[in-house]
Design a binder for this molecule. Structure first.
Ligand SMILES: Cc1cc2nc3c(=O)[nH]c(=O)nc-3n(C[C@H](O)[C@H](O)[C@H](O)COP(=O)(O)OP(=O)(O)OC[C@H]3O[C@@H](n4cnc5c(N)ncnc54)[C@H](O)[C@@H]3O)c2cc1C
Length: 476
């Protein structure tokens, strides 16, 4: 009698380099691949997939996974509802007593698996957890000599680098024996009105990830020189593919040409963020530096809305926020500048920005997002020092010197030449007139002046540092 097991896909939406799928195929003759959406077909409630951008991504990624599975002789079963209930029901229908799933590093996914494991056990079904490959090294495994987690990136990176395994990625199974009758699947999630039109910019799914990797490896040698220039196609744009597990860091590292260290270092930042989340599970909601709990954040709904809409009057910030709204992605340099403007110049709580990014990024990821927001705000582990307040006009002059990026996303400024396109508030009246701009009409004037808002931020930081902190309070 052939044996069967269920393969529960979560954030590992691929067939290649998938240790969980391989383990399931080794343990049983046939597998039932399933993805459970915790919610209804049109309004799933599970985070972070419930956000508009990543909901749209996931919908397309699941369709791609189903297509790949069908090409291998199988198909994806989708169910809507509580994962434990749905998996137990599916096992019952298929006469199966085990479920395979990959371990995950995100504490919410760990909690989910623990709960599902307990509930399945009550029904006499075992949940087999196979080490996942979403990171090159499991979160929490890179330790200091004193067996603690690293708080500073560079020593983390050095140790991580020496520990990197050299094993090649696992091949995708070519053929998967189907069940005589596959259990019924609910419909794949459909795009909702209001979802970002990601197909114009992206190809979600394993094949899309591989093609993005191929395009990038051809120009990886230029990464170090170009990765900070938002107008140039200088980065890999692999982040959403990595976030949904359509590709693994091992596959990426394996495909890179020699001399790609600057890029590998970025992958190490991703792993450092997970390592920090493993050590401080409250990173998404609480500042890692305890004194930041006393930060006098300003409640400024108007400023926050203008920032979200890309209407702050600061061209580089607005260009980034509009790129985010229309593509679900923003260049890393611009993410830093936009986050710095929100948390330092506007003094708006980093958690407001973090929430907005989670809702709008196609690569929304609890660890990367919280880690980077705290890094920019100054409250994080190995964070940018509080006195480093990015000047968005200087950043634009350095990284978008001729204004190409700004011109693409803020077309109302298209006729302004550098240096004024980076700081229209300083442009002489006749230059603005010739470019057809009246600040406050075609394009806003910044709600706050750069110099004074910088001074205000420095005073706020000084105030939280002055107020005494009880010994041992800091989480770091
Ligand atoms: C405020 C803020 C919020 C962010 N939120 C997210 C998020 O939710 N999800 C996310 O994946 N990244 C986030 N990042 C990190 C970074 O901006 C993106 O990973 C990067 O822009 C993705 O583009 P890429 O794939 O072309 O990157 P590349 O430059 O090609 O880098 C390769 C990979 O390295 C990793 N990486 C690169 N930079 C970073 C970084 N600073 N921190 C951690 N990992 C990094 C990513 O996985 C990326 O795909 C955030 C950064 C900031 C400043």
């Amino acid at each position: 009698m052939p044996t069967t097991t269920v393969v529960w896909f979560r954030r590992d939406l691929r067939l290649a380099d998938n240790p969980n799928l391989n383990a399931a195929l080794a343990a049983a003759d046939r597998v039932v691949p399933v993805f459970v959406i915790d919610g209804s077909a049109t309004a799933p409630s599970d985070a972070p997939g419930s956000s508009t951008a990543s909901f749209a991504w996931r919908a397309q990624s699941l369709a791609a996974l189903d297509k790949t599975l069908r090409a291998a002789g199988s198909q994806l079963v989708v169910r809507y509802g509580d994962p434990a209930t749905m998996l137990a029901e599916l096992c019952e229908q298929s006469g199966v007593r085990s479920v395979h799933c990959a371990t995950a590093s995100d504490p919410a996914a760990v909690r989910e698996a623990t709960r599902v494991c307990e509930q399945l056990a009550i029904a006499g079904i075992s949940l087999v957890m196979v080490p996942g490959a979403e990171l090159a090294l499991p979160a929490g495994s890179v330790r200091t000599a004193a067996d603690s987690s690293y708080r500073v990136f560079t020593p983390f990176y050095r140790t991580w680098r020496t520990m990197l395994p050299s094993a090649a990625p696992l091949p995708a199974p070519q053929q998967m024996a189907p069940l005589p009758v596959m259990p019924e699947s609910d419909p794949l999630p459909a795009a909702r009105s209001g979802d970002v039109d990601i197909s114009a910019h992206w190809q979600p799914g394993e094949a899309g990830a591989m093609s993005r990797l191929k395009q990038f490896t051809d120009r990886a040698a230029a990464y170090e020189a170009l990765h900070d220039l938002p107008a140039v196609d200088g980065t890999s744009m692999l982040s959403p593919h990595l976030a949904f597990g359509e590709i693994t860091p091992r596959q990426v590292i394996h495909a890179l040409p020699d001399g790609s260290e600057a890029f590998i270092r970025q992958l190490a930042w991703r792993e450092f963020a997970y390592s920090t989340l493993a050590a401080f599970p409250s990173m998404g909601v609480a500042p890692l530096r305890a004194e930041f709990a006393r930060m006098p954040w300003i409640d400024d709904a108007e400023g926050l809305n203008a920032w979200k809409a890309g209407m702050t009057g600061v061209p580089l910030v607005d260009a980034g926020m509009r790129q985010l709204a229309s593509t679900g992605w923003m260049h890393n340099r611009v993410r830093m500048v936009a986050a710095s403007w929100l948390t330092k110049n506007l003094l708006i709580d980093w958690r407001e920005g973090e929430r907005h990014f989670l809702e709008t990024l196609v690569d929304a990821d609890a660890a990367q997002n919280a880690f980077n927001w705290q890094w920019v705000a100054g409250s994080g582990s190995d964070a940018a020092p509080y006195f480093r307040i990015m000047n968005p006009a200087v950043q634009a002059s350095r990284f978008d010197p001729d204004g190409t990026y700004i011109r693409t996303w803020v077309p109302e400024l298209a006729r302004l030449a550098a240096p004024w396109i980076q700081k229209p508030w300083d442009a002489p009246g006749d230059v603005l007139r010739e470019a057809g701009i009246t600040l406050g009409r075609q394009y806003p004037a910044p709600s706050i002046e750069l110099g004074s808002s910088r001074g205000r931020a420095l005073s706020a930081f000084a105030s939280i540092r002055r107020s005494a902190e009880p010994a041992g309070e800091s989480r770091l």
